[in-house]
Design a protein around this ligand. Structure first.
Ligand code: S3P
Length: 435
């Protein structure tokens, strides 16, 4: 079912907000919880479509998931004891689940699994994980060698030394999970740093994850025992929509509470600051981490005039999910905003180079797609109009924020897509309108 919602321009935004729990850390707490041999209590697990797909998959694989009013308890099967799944594992829209889970399943000797998902997932490549997993000895089958459905026939794995062709936290994490069960040692080398939640969660669990000069090294483990409790911080990628609205709607002042400030996620904040946005908060991880090695903090955002900037390749993995918002800020800025080295955007929940450029042009923006990003000519604002989410949660919320800051308002077709990561998004935005 697709819903159309209109977002009218607002005079200002004001107040404080605790955004929903981090999607990446929620996925990992469920997956590593299922792989563990002792129970883990997870507080503030994200209650959204993507992360509910992960809980359902873990239950299908034999983990016991107890839902309590304010927390979950996950009782895992152990590293090598995932149950034979009855039927296909449905990952829904969740790319992170599709990419990470095969790392665990590839080592389940004598058991076979098939993973599949929605139409968007069926168009997103899995060869990027199949290549390193096969080098570890995995037996896999993908449609056209590239796409889901993805069959994994568990077998004994061995360690590898693998250099990722493109920085990807999903691929890195998949190999690191497989490495826990693979004979010997595994080294994953990244061209640029990408989000490191898997490494932090494993380190907090006492696993010796060695990190030097862009390489991560892990050796075979007998078992995995996580911290007794994981508290999931608020998601910076979800907070980023309110932050962008706070920057763009004149006279706004917003405080975002309890947000994950892991430096591998804060690229957008640094890009926005460079464009002239006033964002105050601890972006250098000075405070003690909450759990699983993850820092949190409050962010104070004030609207202000913006100028264009250039985002280079090294910054892309640190802001990958927020690049659509960089395009939006670029529309309101003076001068040109350029994003380069971001071809990965083409294989997200939609082809985010095309959908962002077409979507914002349809609202009066001046954007041009390039092979690996886009160029935005800032005109100081956006007219408004209609934008389609294409079933992409971040595009739906991009349209909503554009509407709040536009001259004439924006109608978002397919707003329900936001439920993938941020079910209360429209209500949270409404809560920031001054009474
Ligand atoms: C994710 C990593 C990113 C990001 C995705 C979530 C993760 O993908 O776009 O939304 O949880 O590891 P890549 O690092 O593979 O680009």
């Amino acid at each position: 079912m697709s819903s159309t919602v209109r977002f009218d321009p607002v005079r200002r935004l004001k107040g404080s907000l605790t955004p929903p729990a981090d999607k990446s850390i929620s996925h990992r707490s469920a997956l590593l919880g299922a792989m563990a041999s002792e129970p883990v209590r997870v507080r503030n697990y994200l209650d959204a479509a993507d992360t509910n797909s992960t809980l359902a998959a873990m239950a299908q694989l034999g983990a016991l998931v107890d839902r309590h009013a304010d927390h979950l308890v996950i009782r895992g099967t152990g590293l090598r004891e995932a149950a034979p799944a009855l039927g296909t594992i449905d990952v829904g829209n969740a790319g992170t689940l599709m990419r990470l889970l095969p790392g665990w399943l590839a080592a389940q000797e004598g058991r076979s699994y098939t993973l599949d998902g929605d139409a968007s997932i069926r168009g997103r490549p899995v060869d990027r994980i199949a290549i390193p997993l096969r080098l570890m000895g995995a037996r896999l089958e993908a449609r056209d060698e590239r796409f889901p459905p993805f069959a994994v026939h568990g077998t004994r794995l061995h360690g590898i030394d693998y250099t990722l062709p493109v920085a990807s936290a999903q691929v890195k994490s998949c190999v690191l999970l497989a490495a826990l069960m693979a004979d010997g040692e595994t080294i994953v080398r990244e061209p640029e740093p990408s989000r490191d939640h898997t490494e932090r969660m494993l380190l907090a669990a006492g696993i010796q994850v060695q990190r030097t000069d862009g390489a991560v090294r892990v050796v075979n483990q007998d078992e995995l025992v996580l911290d007794e409790e994981i508290i999931v911080p608020a998601d910076l990628s979800s907070a980023a929509f309110a932050i962008a609205a706070g920057i763009l709607v004149p006279k706004s002042r917003l405080v975002l509470r309890g947000v994950n400030t892991n430096w591998t996620r804060t690229g957008f904040l640094k890009i926005a600051q460079r464009m002239g946005a006033i964002i105050v908060g601890d972006l250098e991880e000075h405070g003690a981490p909450l759990t699983a090695g993850e820092p949190t903090g409050d962010l104070d955002v004030t609207a202000g005039p913006l100028h264009g900037t250039t985002v280079e390749s090294w910054e892309v993995p640190l802001a990958i999910d927020e690049l659509p918002l960089v395009a939006l800020l670029g529309c309101f800025a003076e001068g040109e905003t350029i994003v380069r080295g971001a071809a990965e955007l083409k294989v997200k929940e939609s082809d985010r180079i095309q959908t962002v450029v077409d979507g914002l042009n349809g609202l009066g923006g001046q954007l041009e797609a390039t092979d690996d990003g886009f160029v935005v000519t800032g005109t100081g604002g956006l007219r408004g109009g209609t934008i389609h989410s294409h079933g992409d949660h971040r595009l739906a919320m991009l349209g909503a924020v554009a509407g709040l800051a536009s001259r004439e308002g924006v109608e978002v077709v397919g707003m329900d897509a936001a439920d993938v990561s941020y079910p209360g998004f429209a209500a949270d935005m409404a809560g920031l309108l001054p009474s």
